[in-house]
Design a protein around this ligand. Structure first.
Ligand code: DPM
Length: 386
C-alpha cells in the first residue's frame, strides 16, 4: 500500500458542505496526527441552478457529479457528502467508504420572525410554507391541507434570507441536522415527529465517497464508520434503490435499531399527499454485528450494500439483513397500490421537468428577441444621428 502524508479532500463550496468536510477531517486528524488534509472546493450543478426546484432539474447526481469526476481523475482522494444527496447507484469504481455517526434525521420548522414561538398548528389557513422537498410537501399536506407549499431554493444562507426578508413564507422546513451544523438551532421552533413527517432516506448522516481501488483511503475511513448508522442507512438506501426513487418522488423513512432488532418504516406518497402507503418490516440482527472472518476484498474493491461497505465493526452478514429489510419494504410497496402512486408521482415529476425546460427555452428566446430589438433600435438611433 502506498504510504502518503497528504490527503486531498473534495468539497462543495457552500458553508454547510465546508462545515461537514471540516468535521470529518478534524476527526480523522485526531486519529492520524501525521497526516495533512488539503481541501479542494468546487461548485456543482446543484449549486449553480438556483431558479428551479431540485426535483424539476431532472438529474440524479446534481450535487455530486463534478466532485465524482475529480475523484475519478485522482485530483481528490475522498469527498464528504450528506448521504441523502448521494444517489443509490454510484458511478462504477466509486463507493461509500464510511458513514459517520448520524445526527438528528428529523425535519424542523423555522418560522418567519413575525411567527416566532409558534408551531405549524398555530398558523392560519392559507399560510405559505417554503420547501422544495416533494416528500415534505406531500406529508405535511396530509396533516395541514389548508397550507400552501411553495418552492424555496438556494443554500441554507439564501433560504434564511428569503424567509426573513421576502415576507412571503410563514415558515420553511429544513433538516434539523443541517441547522445544528450551521449553528442556527436557536431558530428551530418545532421538530417534526415521525407521525407528522418521516425523514428522507439517510437524512442527517454524512458519508464519505472514495475510489473502490484505494485501500489507503478505505482504511482511513474505516476508523470512523459508525455501525448503527451504517445499518440504518443500508436498509433505507436498499428500500429507495429497489423503488428506483430519488429526490424526484415523495419517499420517506423511519428506522430503529433496538434490542438486537432492526425495524424500518417506509412511506410512499402522491405529490399532493392525498394518497400514500406506509409499510414496516422488523428483523433480528445477528447476535454480534461485528465481523468475525477476515474480510475478503476482491480486486474490484470491497462488497457494497447500496454503495456502502462493511468493515470489522459491522459485518457482511449484518448488512445483508439490513439490505433485506429495505428490499422487503420496497417489495410490499410494489405489490400494493403504492406502485401506481409511485408511477404517477414519477410521471408528474417528469412532466414538470419537461415544462420547466420549455419555460427556460421560451425565456431564452424572449431574451434573445429583446436583445435583437434593442440592438436594432440602437442602430436606428445612430442612423438617425448621422
Ligand atoms: C434532498 C432533499 C433536500 C436536500 C429532498 C428531501 C431538501 C430540499 C429542499 C435529497 N437533499 O429531503 O426530501 O428542502 O428544498 C439537503 C439538506 C441537507 C442535506 C438540507 C435540508 C442537510 C442535512 C443532512 C438538501 N441535503 O434538507 O434541509 O445531512 O441530511
Amino acid at each position: 500500500m502506498e504510504a502518503k502524508n497528504i490527503v486531498k479532500v473534495g468539497s462543495r463550496k457552500s458553508q454547510l458542505a465546508l462545515i461537514q468536510t471540516n468535521s470529518i477531517i478534524n476527526h480523522l486528524k485526531k486519529l492520524n496526527p501525521h497526516l495533512t488534509f488539503e481541501i479542494i472546493s468546487m461548485q456543482t450543478t446543484g449549486d449553480k441552478v438556483l431558479d428551479a426546484a431540485l426535483s424539476k432539474i431532472g438529474e440524479k447526481n446534481l450535487f455530486t457529479r463534478e466532485l465524482e469526476v475529480a475523484l475519478e481523475k485522482k485530483e481528490v482522494d475522498f469527498v464528504v457528502h450528506s448521504l441523502k444527496d448521494l444517489p443509490t447507484l454510484l458511478p462504477e469504481g466509486l463507493l461509500i467508504g464510511c458513514v459517520y455517526k448520524r445526527d438528528s434525521p428529523f425535519d424542523a420548522v423555522v418560522m418567519h420572525p413575525s411567527n416566532a414561538g409558534k408551531k405549524l398548528e398555530d398558523l392560519p389557513a392559507g399560510s405559505v410554507i417554503g420547501t422544495s422537498s416533494l416528500r415534505r410537501a406531500a406529508q405535511l399536506s396530509r396533516k395541514f391541507p389548508d397550507f400552501q407549499f411553495e418552492n424555496i431554493r438556494g443554500n441554507l444562507n439564501t433560504r434564511f434570507r428569503k424567509l426573513d426578508e421576502d415576507n412571503k413564507y410563514s415558515a420553511i422546513i429544513l433538516a434539523e441536522a443541517g441547522l445544528h451544523r450551521m449553528g442556527w438551532q436557536d431558530r428551530i421552533s418545532q421538530v417534526l415527529d415521525k407521525d407528522t413527517c418521516m425523514y428522507a432516506v439517510s437524512q442527517g448522516a454524512m458519508a464519505v465517497e472514495c475510489r473502490a481501488n484505494d485501500p489507503f483511503t478505505l482504511g482511513l475511513l474505516s476508523q470512523i464508520h459508525d455501525p448503527e448508522t451504517v445499518i440504518q442507512c443500508v436498509a433505507e438506501r436498499a428500500f429507495l434503490k429497489k423503488l428506483e426513487g430519488g429526490c424526484s418522488v415523495p419517499v420517506s423513512a423511519y428506522t430503529e435499531v433496538k434490542d438486537g432488532k432492526l425495524s424500518l418504516t417506509g412511506g410512499v406518497f402522491s405529490i399532493d399527499g392525498t394518497q400514500g402507503r406506509i409499510e414496516s418490516v422488523c428483523k433480528d440482527l445477528p447476535k454480534s454485528i461485528e465481523e468475525k472472518e477476515k474480510i475478503n476484498i476482491s480486486p474490484n474493491g470491497p462488497r457494497q450494500f447500496a454503495g456502502i461497505v462493511g468493515n470489522e465493526k459491522v459485518s457482511i452478514e449484518t448488512l445483508e439483513v439490513a439490505q433485506e429489510v429495505g428490499e422487503e419494504i420496497a417489495e410490499l410497496m410494489l405489490n400494493s397500490e403504492a406502485k401506481d402512486i409511485l408511477a404517477n408521482a414519477k410521471a408528474e415529476t417528469k412532466a414538470a421537468i419537461i415544462a420547466e425546460k420549455q419555460r427556460k427555452e421560451a425565456e431564452k428566446k424572449k431574451n434573445e428577441a429583446e436583445k435583437i430589438q434593442t440592438n436594432g433600435h440602437a442602430n436606428l438611433v445612430t442612423a438617425n444621428g448621422h
